[in-house]
Design a protein around this ligand. Sequence first.
Ligand code: UGA
Length: 428
Amino acid sequence: MQAAFVGAGHVGLSSAAVFADLGNEVFLLDIDKEKIAALKRGKLPIFEPGLEDRFKKNLGKTLLPTADYAEAISFSEIVFICVNTLSKGGKIDFSPVFACAQAVAQNLGGHLTVVVVRSTVWPGTLEEIEKIMRKENPQASFAVLFCPEFLREGSAVEDTLHPNRIVIGGRDKKAVAISRKFFAKTPAPFLVTDFASAELIKYAANSFLATKISFINEFSRIAEKVGADIKDVARGLGLDPRIGKSFLQAGLGFGGSCLPKDLEAIGDLARTYGGSFEILVAVRRVNHRQHQIFIEKIKKALGGLKGKKIAVLGLSFKPGTDDLRKAVALEIIARLRKEGAKVSVYDPVVVGKAKKILKGVRFASDPYAALKGSDCLALVTEWEEFAKLDFKKIKTLMRTPLVADGRNIFDPPKLKRRGFTYVGMGCV
Ligand code: UGA
């Protein structure tokens, strides 16, 4: 099928590459001309496992980056709106989605076009989008659907190829049939609802995931007090199929561009209707507190932070991505520096972007260089390579052998045997 993805961010870019690879003719549209020029040269703005190969293989054949709305939209049977939303001072702002819908409407061809919104928007927005498009182009033949995106950064390609469900909001039968045909090569349970339900499903999903994380983090504090190991508690809990084992990894909590923003938005939505979302207020508070707890642990173990050298391992908001948006590492580093610590950092993927944001820290080219002469290894993002670190070597490099494990990935007894002081998040 001929399709267009508008917005070359994580969702649009990954989806365009995957669906082009599955045999569709795909336009990838972005208003950022520099980004498009780079994409045409095969230069990707993000890191995502499995993306580059698929992108380069299809580039210029079935995958066509463009900054021209008319070129991308006028012949496409299905158009996906994957542009970002904004969050300003706790207020969610969908104006980029509205602007995009307007531009799509201006460029529709003479045939029926299905316009599928994938950006996360709250109830009422799809109706607004439909109105905007109708006003912009009253004669055009189009139908709007909402298809919430559930892919995770760091596994965007995998999640697009193997979704666990496809939710379609919108009742236009022809449009739903076209969307079903488009997704036929990525089979999954297919749920069709009204707009508002689909809009709420996305927020409910992210809110629930965040709740699971804060739930286990709250328990991790009790686990420490009673001498339990939160990893075993999570294992025992997750074996119950009604609970499930995912999103029960205690530690520094959630960051990224989605969970924090969606929690803010749903709180905002609740206020719009004169209420508040009590559970999510607590979820956010607990998440934030984890950062402070981590800093306090390091401070206590070192007897203060002033003049201490801390090596922070991992910067991205989670492994498998180079995304620094709302990354926990940024806050940890800011707090360490505020308390007078000297910070060195290492991340296997994020370098250039981080150098622009992080001032006053030393960037190391490998973890050992970051750890040389340090008083603490502070593990913030659990990249796979950190689980294989050579602690025998590290012991000879550090000034003080303290390991602060913000994601509980190391083996405490093993480290203690090697002479390290270990502090984890809910394990002793
Ligand atoms: C999240 C959702 O998982 C996706 O389903 C959704 O499509 C996406 O938001 C979105 O709305 O676009 P993402 O933000 O990419 O995806 O990352 P997650 O895998 O959800 O991780 C979020 C944060 O939670 C990370 O900082 C991670 O380190 C943290 N986390 C995750 C934990 O602290 N503990 C866990 O057990 C799991």
